[in-house]
Design a protein around this ligand. Structure first.
Ligand SMILES: [Zn+2]
Length: 374
């Protein structure tokens, strides 16, 4: 089983210079290859294959005046051309499908994520929390698990939100499912006010919306503040870049917090060990069209939550059921089954006109969903 991994690197000052050199060269090679392809297409209406492109590049690399290309690993440069080839293939596939856009573009300094693809076969970690990258050397890193002795695949170094990251895949042993499930069902109502309201065997559990807590609000305020400063800086200047990386850093902190919270929620939901989980077949794209809640939906990562629950549940042997898009989970009374004709989004309390039941709106929906599993 392969697992995607993000490893934070803590390079020395010298190594930072080398990382920038690698990223810069990869960008230069991409742009060079793009120009060659555009010329080729203008001349003969055909694109070069990746082999032809590589051969042309090797000629250039060996020629006088381009000695600096040899300071970076050949693999980094070849991978930039492979990336370009992939970008063209995706673009052509889109064209065939009648879609527009996606044409490979020149990468401008400061406008793209600095990144390069290193030689995965040479990447290795030692027992001193250092990782080896070709032509860069041993770099200190921080990761959540022991990497020593692992094989790395598709290793890519990126500079994101002010940090150097190594993104790669590693091969791991699949965990053995050792969970015994309880004979209860679970309904999950995901939403905007709370991230998820869960009914597990009729018991309520609420996962709050993390974006509404004090810390996140403070970070969001900081982000806005620095975005304003950034907008006043002269584009392309040294100070502009500095401020831009600061904005990216804050944004990254917010994003990581949100993602971690969603992961933790999915973990906790599955650890309640129900035999079946029912969720709404959310029309997230439809919800995104409603500008009032689109932002909240995007910020909550509802897509990710749903995917993670589905994934973790199936790993644990839990059955996952999706309620149809037209199942009235919110409008139905969980007490008597009466379906109300109208329910405004602002009505946080569900009141049943038939049996008089008064219940929290989201918990009512979760209860209805839970019963669908039977
Ligand atoms: Zn009722």
């Amino acid at each position: 089983m392969y697992k995607a991994m993000v490893i934070r690197l803590f390079p020395l000052k010298v190594q930072v210079g080398l990382l920038w050199q690698n990223a810069g060269t990869a960008r230069w090679v991409w742009n060079w290859g793009l120009q060659v392809q555009r010329d080729s297409y203008a001349e003969s209406k055909r694109l070069l294959s990746v082999y032809e492109l590589k051969r042309k590049f090797t000629e250039l690399r060996n020629s006088e005046g381009f000695k600096w290309l040899k300071e970076v690993s050949r693999q980094v440069e070849a991978n930039a051309l492979i990336d370009l080839n992939m970008a063209y293939r995706n673009f052509l596939r889109r064209l065939k499908a009648g879609k527009t856009g996606g044409m490979p573009k020149f990468k401008a300094k400061g406008k793209c994520t600095p990144s390069f693809c290193t030689r995965s076969g040479k990447v290795k970690a030692d027992e001193h929390n250092r990782i080896y990258l070709e032509k860069i050397g041993w770099v200190r890193f921080k990761a959540k698990c022991n990497l020593e002795g692992l094989k790395f695949y598709n290793a890519r170094v990126k500079f994101e939100c002010g940090r150097w990251l190594l993104k790669c895949a590693v091969e791991v042993q699949p965990e053995k499912p050792g969970m015994t499930l309880r004979s209860v069902n679970m309904g999950i109502d995901v939403g905007v006010k709370s991230l998820a309201v869960v009914s597990c065997g009729g018991r309520k559990r609420v996962f709050r919306n993390i974006n509404r807590n004090h810390r996140m609000k403070r970070l969001t305020r900081q982000l806005k503040h620095h975005q304003r400063i950034l907008s006043r800086k002269e584009k392309g200047s040294e100070n502009y870049l500095k401020e831009k990386y600061r904005v990216q850093d804050i944004y990254g902190r917010i994003r990581r917090k949100r993602h971690e919270y969603v992961r933790q929620t999915a973990r906790e939901i599955v650890s309640m060990r129900p035999q079946a989980i029912v969720m709404e077949d959310l029309n997230i794209q439809g919800m995104m069209k409603n500008s009032h809640i689109a932002r909240a939906v995007a910020e909550q990562n509802l897509h990710l939550l749903r995917r993670l629950i589905e994934l973790k549940a199936s790993e644990a042997g839990i059955r996952v059921v999706f309620a149809g898009r037209f199942f009235p989970s919110s409008k139905k009374c969980s007490g008597c089954g009466h379906v109300r004709k109208e329910l405004k989004l602002s009505e946080r309390i569900f009141r049943c006109p038939e049996c008089g039941k008064v219940i929290d709106r989201d918990f009512n929906a979760a209860l209805n969903l839970e019963r669908l599993a039977e």
